[in-house]
Structures are given as structure tokens and as C-alpha cells.
Design a protein around this ligand. Structure first.
Ligand code: SF4
Ligand code: SF4
Length: 477
């Protein structure tokens, strides 16, 4: 037997879709075909998305303007290394809290994905939300899907230039508002707008506003589904979280096939047809341009627009709704389907544990800190009254949103007293270093090393009391 592998000469210029292509070469590059999405005006899932879109957009554009006790509601103050979140100020030492919140968000996403597939992508992902806003603007200016296709094919005309210019101007304005708002979470929005328009802002502010404006305009206006298909990592790995019990948008081939056109009053059974009338509405409304009837595809972002479109068709035909619906692979095969499975329990358990831990840490967090550093040098000295003195530096951090006036006291030895400030005011976010001296009558000192306690009590918030131990060193008797 010959060990030779037969080799065939291939013509690289040949087209595999060409029936006469005998070489079998496959072109790996597929040029993008523009998708003209038909607007779904009515429909249960479209209404859910509209509500979620309004709520999310409202929060995004409004929260940047809101303040609480004089501080922005949400502000990532990078130069001061402070994060203001809903009345809570977090510092680099609270980094684990931010990490915890990110872990909760990740496990929340995994948990929801195993249950209901890509609902994040379909309803709340910023790429989807902004793309839907841009598509809405496009529909208002250029008209319906058919009109847009006609407009694009038509030769250049005044009407075409006006419509295209209007659309791109509206897109750019929305993108600019988005960029300004995003940077406004890092640079107080009122100052940002005033500084930008009076040319007082620093170069980075101009750069980031420009960057986010351009990114929004390109991603939501031009690239759209390409971001989901080629750039988003989540789209690639989310399928590993799916199992036969994950409830996703699916076409029911048992009910729909064989598909085919028919008159409205015709009996499909007599024609030997299923319920799909092959109208193509589900394909026309799909923002990624796929046909859900081909089965579960990674391009599907789970937006459920095809469900709304098909339900409308079913209503017109007097067929039951749900030819395309949220269902599971097991249900489509006539098998029972479970909501909670080992993996959902696993993700749910981690989510509950992490949420509990973060809530506990936040509930017990003391928003101030007292560190006591004993001064280097001579461990003790005698003052003019013949008393033994020790020197310290108190480091008092105020992590609340308002200035705090603290009363300072010391205890732990008979007759110990403070010789320096007994009260200090620390601004919000300030970390104050306070030189402090205490003294003790040498007659009362019984050992060289003594444990003492410094205490700060806030006058502003009486529940804010912190005590920290230190050492008082005296002469050996
Ligand atoms: S919208 Fe419904 S009936 Fe029309 S082609 Fe799609 S699945 Fe078939
Ligand atoms: S097939 Fe298209 S329209 Fe249907 S859910 Fe997926 S992305 Fe949306």
C-alpha cells in the first residue's frame, strides 16, 4: 500500500459558492452586508426593552448631576483616589469592596445566563441600548426599512444628503452627550462642561470626551452587530453556560415545519404545512440579521424581537402565539425541563455568599480610622512639671461625606493626660496627621511598658467612636 497523500493543485482565485468551483477553496473573509432592521413597534418584549432602556438611560444621564450632602452621588475622583458611591466614600484600602462588587456582577451574569441565556445582551448591554437608540433615530429621519433601502440605492440628491446629514448630526449629538456624561463621572459634570466650553479643561478631558463620543458614534451607528459578533468576548464564552435547560429564544420546528406560504383561511393540515408561513418577518427584525429558524446561533443576542414579530403574524393568521418563544432544548424535544440545576445552584450560592459578605462589610464598616504611631527617638522624656512625656503622631482619616469634629482622649494609666489638641476637625476624605504628647506622674508608673488607649469621638456623629491601643514607655523603677 502506498504511503503517499494525494495532493491536488488548487486555484486560489476560485469562488467556493460557484457551482463550477471544483477546487474546493474556501474564502475565509466575508465582507459585511448592511442589515436593514425592520422596526418592531408593538410587542411584549419590545415594551420590556423600552422600559428598561428608559430606566437605564434616565439613570445614566441623570445620576451624574445628582449630589448628596454636597458630594456627587457617583464620582470616581482618581486624583484624590476616592470613589463616591451613593453617599459612601471608598478609598484604595476599600479596593476589596469594589472587587467584591465586580465578582457579584460577574456571578449575577453567570446565574442569569444559565437560566435565561443572553438577556443581558438583549435588554441591558450598553451596545444594545445605544444601538436601539440610534436605530430609532434612523427610522424617524430616514423612514421604514424599505424606505432606507431605497434611499441607500438612490443616486445622490438634495433630499438624500439632507436626511443623511440630519441622521449623522443627531447620532453625533447623542454620542457627545454620552461622552460628556461618562467623563462627568470622573470630573464633576458642571465643572467639566464649564471648563470644556471656556477652554479651561486639561487636555485629558478633551481627549476622553472625544474618545467616548467617537466610540459611541462608531459602535452604535456604524459597527452595531459587528461589535457583538467579533469584538465582545462575552458573546464567545457565554455558550459554555448554556445547557439543555437554559431558556432561550427558539423557533419550534415541530410546530412550524414544513414551512410555506398559504392563504389566511387555508387549513395548514390540509396543505401538509406547519404554522410557519415563511413570511421572513423574524429575519427582517433581527438586529444581527440571522434566521432563528436555523437553530441556536452565537450571533443571536437574545433580544426577542423575532418573538414579537412572529406573534404578530400568528395573531393575523389566527394561530396560537409562541411559534418562536423562550423555551429550552429539552422542552422542544418533549422532555421535562428544570429551572434549578447544579450549575444554577452553584452560581446562585456564590452570588448569595458574596452579596451577604459585602452587605455585612458595608453594614459594619466604620467610616473613620485612627492610627497611632509612637515617635521614634527617645522613648520618653521629663517635662518642666517633672512628669514623664511620650510623643506620638495620630493619623485620623475621615471617610464620611461631611467634615467631622473629633474629641481626643487617652486612658489606660492613672492620671494620664493629653498636653496637645483635645479636639480636631477633619474634612471629608482628609487624612490628618496630628502630633500628640501625653504625660504621666512618674510616681504612678509601675513598669516601663504600659498599654494605653487613644479614643476619638465625633461631635458631628455620636456613633462614630474609635479606640486604638499604643504603648507608653516610662523609666524603670
Ligand atoms: S415570523 Fe414566524 S411565521 Fe414568519 S417566517 Fe418567521 S417563524 Fe415563520
Ligand atoms: S434571532 Fe435575532 S431577533 Fe431573534 S432574539 Fe436572536 S438576535 Fe434577536
Amino acid at each position: 500500500m502506498s504511503n503517499e497523500i494525494p495532493v491536488k493543485q488548487i486555484d486560489p482565485s476560485s469562488d467556493p459558492s460557484d457551482k463550477n468551483n471544483k477546487s474546493g477553496t474556501v474564502e475565509l473573509y466575508a465582507s459585511r452586508k448592511k442589515i436593514y432592521v425592520k422596526e418592531v413597534k408593538e410587542g411584549f418584549f419590545q415594551r420590556i426593552r423600552n422600559v428598561s432602556l428608559l430606566v437605564l438611560m434616565g439613570m445614566y444621564f441623570l445620576f451624574v448631576w445628582l449630589t448628596l450632602d454636597g458630594q456627587p452621588l457617583i464620582h470616581f475622583d482618581l486624583p484624590a483616589r476616592e470613589f463616591h458611591l451613593y453617599g459612601l466614600t471608598l478609598y484604595p484600602k476599600d479596593f476589596f469592596l469594589l472587587s467584591g462588587l465586580l465578582i457579584i456582577a460577574a456571578f449575577g451574569l453567570f446565574f442569569i445566563t444559565t437560566l435565561f441565556g443572553r438577556v443581558w445582551c438583549g435588554y441591558t448591554c450598553p451596545q444594545t441600548v445605544w444601538t436601539f437608540i440610534f436605530m430609532w433615530v434612523e427610522e424617524r429621519i430616514e423612514g421604514s426599512r424599505n424606505k432606507r433601502m431605497k434611499l441607500d440605492k438612490s443616486p445622490r440628491s438634495t433630499q438624500k444628503v439632507v436626511k443623511k446629514s440630519l441622521k449623522h448630526t443627531a447620532w453625533l449629538l447623542i454620542a457627545l452627550a454620552t461622552g460628556l456624561t461618562f467623563v462627568g463621572y470622573f470630573y464633576p459634570i458642571r465643572e467639566l462642561i464649564a471648563d470644556l466650553f471656556t477652554l479651561q479643561a486639561n487636555g485629558w478631558a478633551y481627549f476622553w470626551v472625544g474618545f467616548f463620543t467617537l466610540a459611541t458614534y462608531l459602535n452604535a451607528g456604524w459597527m452595531r452587530e459587528q461589535v457583538c459578533l467579533y469584538m465582545c468576548p462575552y458573546a464567545r464564552f457565554q455558550s459554555v453556560m448554556f445547557d439543555p435547560d437554559t431558556r432561550v429564544v427558539s423557533y419550534d420546528p415541530n410546530r412550524g415545519e414544513p414551512r410555506g406560504g398559504r392563504k389566511k383561511d387555508a387549513d395548514p393540515a390540509e396543505l401538509g404545512l406547519g404554522d410557519c408561513i415563511d413570511c421572513g418577518q423574524c429575519v427582517q427584525v433581527c438586529p444581527t440579521g440571522i434566521d432563528i429558524r436555523d437553530g441556536l446561533q452565537y450571533e443571536c443576542i437574545g433580544c426577542a424581537l423575532c418573538i414579537d414579530a412572529c406573534d404578530e403574524v400568528m395573531d393575523k393568521m389566527n394561530y396560537p402565539r409562541g411559534l418562536i418563544r423562550y423555551t429550552t432544548e429539552n422542552e422542544l424535544e418533549g422532555k421535562p425541563s428544570k429551572l434549578m440545576r447544579p450549575r444554577t445552584f452553584g452560581y446562585g450560592a456564590v452570588l448569595a455568599l458574596m452579596t451577604g459578605a459585602i452587605v455585612f462589610v458595608l453594614a459594619t464598616r466604620v467610616p473613620a480610622q485612627l492610627d497611632v504611631l509612637k515617635d521614634r527617638g527617645a522613648p520618653f522624656g521629663f517635662n518642666g512639671q517633672g512628669r514623664v512625656e511620650n510623643s506620638y503622631t495620630l493619623k485620623i482619616a475621615n471617610m464620611t461625606e461631611v467634615p467631622q469634629t473629633f474629641n481626643i482622649s487617652v486612658s489606660g494609666m492613672e492620671g494620664i493626660q493629653l498636653l496637645t489638641n483635645t479636639q480636631v476637625t477633619v474634612d471629608s476624605g482628609e487624612n490628618r496627621a496630628l502630633p500628640t504628647v501625653v504625660d504621666v506622674d512618674p510616681e504612678t508608673i509601675t513598669q516601663s511598658n504600659n498599654i494605653i488607649r487613644f479614643r476619638i469621638t465625633s461631635e458631628t456623629d455620636e456613633s462614630l467612636i474609635i479606640e486604638t491601643e499604643s504603648r507608653f514607655v516610662g523609666p524603670t523603677r
